[in-house]
Design a protein around this ligand. Structure first.
Ligand SMILES: Cc1cc2nc3c(=O)[nH]c(=O)nc-3n(C[C@H](O)[C@H](O)[C@H](O)COP(=O)(O)O)c2cc1C
Length: 213
């Protein structure tokens, strides 16, 4: 029988609330896509998750990124570290779509050169046309294999399949293909505020990262 006391007393009762957003803390991803004229767009998102080699994205239906992926499937997912949050925030009020669609916030404006506006550097990719973001330590080249509306009709769900992964050597366990979780830290979008990771708490029994390398 477990006689240990609980680590913390349970809360007296949860409040049932109606928050304006449900962005409960997911990494920021910068998505590079190709515009109609062969130039490139760059947009921050946080609705992204990985399942094997598939990464699923949630995108506003009216944005240039969704529009591009519906016609030109190549993309790059570049993950910024915590120090890049000001560059991400410089991208926040910009769209690559001209004219600005009516559903965008009132202060949203068209910007054809998002890399320049954010102060970020485009570097060529190996397997797709859109460029990677040089300043991001972790980058995935991918192809949108399925683009479909979500249940609300306001968003599209994009299933992408990763074709190449690039990592800054400083976040790779030397001599291996493993990301060092102690060296890599994503930029986390937590209810519209930016955070980094805290210290490591533990590890999954399924980890394959060689810790003593
Ligand atoms: C940190 C952050 C996270 C965001 N997450 C998403 C997201 O998950 N999906 C989305 O469609 N837009 C997201 N946005 C908003 C888009 O970046 C914004 O709508 C932008 O104008 C899209 O650019 P585009 O029209 O050129 O594609 C996010 C913005 C920021 C700053």
């Amino acid at each position: 029988m477990n006689t240990a006391p609980p680590a913390a007393a349970p809360a007296a009762g949860h409040l049932e609330i109606a928050p304006g957003v449900l962005y409960f803390g997911t990494p920021v991803v910068l998505v590079s896509t190709e515009n109609e004229d062969g130039t490139f767009n760059l947009a921050p998102i946080s609705s992204a998750w990985a399942l094997g080699r598939t990464v699923v994205l949630g995108l506003g239906r009216e944005g240039q990124t969704a529009r591009n992926l519906g016609s030109r499937p190549g993309l790059v997912l570049s993950l910024p570290g915590p120090g890049l949050w000001p560059a991400v925030e410089r991208l926040a009020p910009l769209t690559g779509r001209d004219p600005v669609p009516p559903g965008k916030p009132a202060d949203c404006r068209y910007e054809p050169d998002k890399f320049g506006a954010a102060g970020l550097t485009a570097v060529p990719s190996r397997s797709v046309r859109p460029p990677r973001v040089a300043e991001c330590p972790f980058q995935m080249e991918a192809r949108a294999e399925r683009v479909r509306p979500d249940v609300s009709g306001d968003f599209v769900l994009v299933e992408t399949v990763v074709s190449a992964v690039h990592a800054d050597p400083r976040i790779v366990v030397p001599g291996t293909g493993h990301i060092d979780p102690a060296a890599w830290s994503p930029l986390v979008y937590n209810f519209r505020h930016y955070f980094g990771l805290g210290p490591e708490l533990g590890q999954s029994y399924r980890t394959q990262t060689p810790r003593d390398a």
